[in-house]
Design a protein around this ligand. Structure first.
Ligand code: CP
Length: 313
């Protein structure tokens, strides 16, 4: 999306449909390029991308690394666990240190909502939010939308059901903003303890019954129970949770016969999703979500690097 003046990618909230669609179109091109086995190593040659992850990650960190390398950037994965953060260095001092090394793109995951926004005000690099607390995970929503659009040909008019731990999910929040902006109907389904009372203000329909919430859905996203962010007592045992809220063939039967099964990962099999559904190639697009993650992150890096050049000029 050459021409965008966006400096950072901190949230989906507030992004307008043309900007989202432009990113999806560019990501679609990168998905095709990746499948062809080609790279575009001139685009970010001489630029430095630093992955700064204060929380664990497999998909997001690896795909940003791959995306940066496929575009020719020098990619550094900062090992937070063995960094001077352990000697008491603050987030801001850590970022200022990386900034002094003239990093161009800073990909940040942090347990505190708003941490990437704070950094964006302090560093020269373009900051990309790779997931902050319970706030947002913008590139996850972009890759989810790209996956849906490739399979269904559109987003507008589709009914997408997001199931489970809505309260602690930055994935849910980014998806609600993005899918709503592109004209999808979004439902959230889960126990009352895991659905924030104010979520209806984001324009979603709220269900506490899987059969009712999944009825006629075109895509179903199961979410991981984020036990690391929970106070005790929000859910019964994992077995009970699966019985009422776990996505299995019986519950999925309420959705459209061609409904997509999605999960951002990592999955807790037998808790929020049954293996038979997660691994069903006729229904599950979970592996395609991962593949689209690389393409989306290439599109985001491409876009922000172009914008950074403009800001520097
Ligand atoms: N979906 C997602 O953010 O996965 P990781 O935690 O593995 O990056």
């Amino acid at each position: 999306m050459s021409g965008s003046a966006r400096r950072h990618l901190l949230a989906i909230e507030g992004m307008q449909p043309p900007e989202i669609l432009s990113l999806l179109d560019l990501a679609e091109n990168y998905a095709l390029l990746n499948r062809s086995g080609k790279t575009q190593r001139d685009l970010l040659r001489g630029r430095t991308l630093i992955n700064l992850f204060f929380e664990d990650s497999t998909r997001t960190r690896t795909s940003f690394e791959l995306a940066g390398k496929r575009l020719g950037a020098d990619v550094i994965n900062m090992a937070v666990a063995t960094s001077s953060v352990n000697k008491g260095e603050t987030l801001l001092d850590t970022a200022a240190t990386l900034n002094a090394m003239h990093c161009d793109l800073l990909v940040v995951r942090h347990g505190q909502s708003g941490a990437p926004s704070l950094l964006a005000r302090k560093v020269d690099a373009a900051v990309i939010n790779a997931g902050d607390g319970t706030h947002e995970h913008p590139t996850q929503a972009l890759l989810d939308a790209l996956t849906i659009r490739r399979r269904k040909g559109r987003i507008a008019g589709l009914t997408v059901a997001i199931c489970g731990d809505i309260a602690h999910s930055r994935v849910a929040r980014s998806n609600i903003h993005l899918l709503g902006a592109l004209g999808a109907r979004v439902r959230v389904i889960g126990p009352p303890t895991l659905i924030p009372a104010e979520i209806g203000r984001l324009g979603v329909e709220v269900f506490h019954d899987m059969a009712a919430g999944l009825a006629g859905a075109d895509a179903v996203m199961a979410l991981r129970l984020q036990t690391e962010r929970m106070v005790r007592g929000l859910v019964p045992s994992a077995r009970e949770y699966f019985r009422f809220w776990g996505l299995d063939a019986d519950k999925l039967a309420a959705a459209r016969p061609d409904a997509l099964v999605m999960h951002p990962g990592p999955m807790n099999r037998g808790v929020e999703i049954d293996s038979a559904i997660a691994d069903d190639p006729a229904r599950s697009v979970i592996k395609e979500q991962v593949e689209m993650g690389v393409a989306v992150r290439m599109a985001v890096l491409d876009t922000l690097a172009w914008s950074a050049r403009r800001h520097a000029a």
